[in-house]
Ligand binder design. Sequence first.
Ligand code: GCV
Length: 726
Amino acid sequence: MRDQRRVRHPALRGVALALLAVAALLARPALAEDGYELWLRYRPLPAAQATSYRAHATQLVLDAGTPTRAAARAELLRGLDGLLGQATGEAKQATRDGAIVAGTLASAPQLVPLKLDLRALGNDGFLIRSVTLDGHAATVIAANTDIGVLYGAFRLLRLVQTGQPLAQLDLRDAPREKVRVLNHWDNLDGHVERGYAGNSIWDWWKLPDYLDPRYTDYARANASVGINGAVLNNVNANATILRHEYLLKVAAVAGVLRPYGMRVYLSARFSAPMELGGLKTADPLDPAVRTWWRGKADEIYKLIPDFGGFLVKANSEGQPGPQDYHRSHADGANMLADALAPHSGIVMWRAFVYSNENPDDRAKQAYTEFKPLDGQFRRNVLLQVKNGPIDFQPREPFSPLFGAMPRTPLMMEFQVTKEYLGFATHLVYLGALYEEVLQADTYARGKGSTVAKIIDGELDNHALTGMAGVANIGSDRDWCGSTFNQANWYAFGRLAWNPAQSARDIATDWTRMTLSRDDAVVKPVVAMMMASREAVVDYMTPLGLHHLMGTGHHYGPMPWDASGARADWRPVYYHRADRNGIGFDRSRTGSNAVAQYAAPVAAQFDDLKQVPDAYLLWFHHVPWTYRMRSGHTLWEDLVAHYTHGVDEVKQLRATWSKLQGRIDAQRYAKTASFLAIQQNEAQWWRDASIAYWQSLNGLPLPAGQKPPARTLDYYKALAFPNAPGR
Ligand code: GCV
C-alpha cells in the first residue's frame, strides 16, 4: 500500500521547504561532490527552470504497492524534490493540473479510459505522455509491467535533468536488447581483475547478513540506464561461488537488485562437478556430470527463483572446458543450457578462445573454433563475442564472428574498465568506441548489416539478444575511479538499451546530468569526450597497431617485449616490425584473416589501396617508406599520429582548465590531476614507441618532430611490479 504519510498538505509546503533548506545546510558533508551520486545527481535547478518544471510536477499519483513501484515512487520523489526544491505532494488521483500519474493499467486504473496502446512496449518499455486526466493536465508514465514504470520514472527525471520540456510529451521507448548485463571480474577475496577503482563492491565476507547500502545505489544507477543483470563473479571463476553458503550470499544480493529489475548471474567454473561434487570428470556428456549440474541449477533456483543463468569462459587462457574431454564448445554450453532450461535460465558462452599451441594467427582462432558450430547451440544459449578479434584494444576491426553465425544469437562483449586504455586515470570516452563497432557494416546480408542489427536480433530474427559490459565499478567513493569513467558505465547501459543511439547524444545527456546544465560546460566537455578516444588510439597504437602494452599488467608501452610466457602474449608478435617494415600481414598472402569477413569487407581490408588507414597495420605489413594517402611515408604519418595524440591530451587539459569555477572544486581537481597524469603518460607512450621504432628502422625523425625525451634503454628499464588490476 502507498504510504499515506507522504501525502502532504499544501499548507505544509512552505514549512517543508524551509526544513529542507535547513536540512541541506546541516547535511552539507553528505552533499560533497565526491562523485558518489553518479548521474543521478538531483541538485537544485536554477530558479527559473525549477519554476517552469514545478508546473508539471505538482503531485505524484503512484500506487507503490510492489517493491518495484515503491522504488519508482521513491526515485521520483527524491529526484523531483531535489531538482525542483520542493516537497512533492502525493494523491490517489489527479486533483490538480500538473500531476504525474504513473503505473500499469492494473495499478493505475484511472489510465484505462485513456485507451493507451501499450502493445509494442513489451515487458520493459514505457510511454510518457501529456494528457488530460480527471479534468486536469497530467503527465502519464504507463507500462505493461512495474519495471517499465520504473524505467519510465527514470526517463522522466532524465528529461528534467537534461533540460527537456515536459509539455506535450509523447514519448515511447522499449529496449532493443533483452539481456543488458554487467560482467564483474570480481574475485571472492575482493580483488577485481582489471579493476582500477578499488576492491569489489561485493563484500562476500559480510554477506548475507550485512547488505551494504551501496548495493541499492548500484541497482538504482543500473536501472536508470536499463541495465537488467549482473554477473557477480569473475569469468576466471572460482567454483566456491556455487557452494551452498555462497549461494545464500548471492541470494541476498539478488534480493536487493530484484526491485530494480536486475537479475543475478554467475560465472560457472566448468570443472565445478569435480571440485565441489567429488566427480572424477567434468565431461559434459557424462551422465553423472549432467546430473550434478541439474541438481546445482535446481538448488540455485530454490534460493533465487529469477536467477539469470551462467556465464562461462571455457578452454581459454588455462580455464577448464569441454575440450579437455574432446567435446566441443557446443557440447559444453548445451549441457549447462539443459540444466537451466527448466527454470528459463540462459547460458552466456564466451567465444574468447585462442591457444598458444595453435600456430595460426590469434585473431583468427575464435572464428575458426566457433563458426563450424553455428546452429548447434540450444535455444537458451547466447554466444558472447568480444567486440574485436584480439582483446579490447584501443581500436580493433569488429570481430569476424559478427555476421558469420546467423543461426546462433551473438551477444556483444564490450570492456567498460580500461585495461588497455590507461586504466582509471586516462580520460577516454568509450561511447565513441562502442558506436564505431556497433555501426560497423558486416555486409553479412548485404549493405546495412551493421553489428548493431546482428546483436539486436533484427538481421537474423533472434529473440534472445544481449550486450555485456565488463564493469569498471569498485569500492572507490566515485565507483569508477574517475568522474569520466562513470560516463563509460552510463554509455554502455544506454547502448545496451538501444545500440543505434549516438555516442555524442549520450555524452551530452551524461554531462548535463553529472556535471552541469550550463552550455558553457556541456559543449567543451562533450567535445573533450568525443576527441578522447581518437587521442588514446594515436598516442598508444596508431594506424592499426595493437597489443603493445606492458606484458601482463598492460600498463604503459612495451613494444620491444618478447618475454611473455606465450608467443601470443608478447607485443613483438603483434607488430612484427624490423629494419624494413611494420605490421601484421593478415591479407590473403599473409595469415588470410581477411577471408573471415564477408566478401566486400574482406576485399576492402585485403587491398592496400582500400584499407582504411585506421586498420593499415592490423591487416598489412608495409615498408617504413610506404606512401600513405596523405602523400607522406608511413614513418612520417606514424610519428605525426603519436604527436597528435599527445597534443590532443594537452588540448583536453587546456579545455578543462578553462572550466575551473564552473564545476565543483572536488571533481574539478581530481580530473585536472588525472589529465596531468594522462599527458605525462601520453608523452611516454609517444617517446618510448618512437625510440623503439627508430632502433629498428634507423630512420631520422621527420622534420619538425621532437626527439624522445629519454633513451630507449631508459624506457626499457621501467618496471611496474605493483601495477593494479592483475
Ligand atoms: C578475465 C584478457 C584479460 C584477462 C581476462 C581475459 C578474458 O586476456 O587480460 O584478465 O580474464 O581477457 O576476457 O577472459
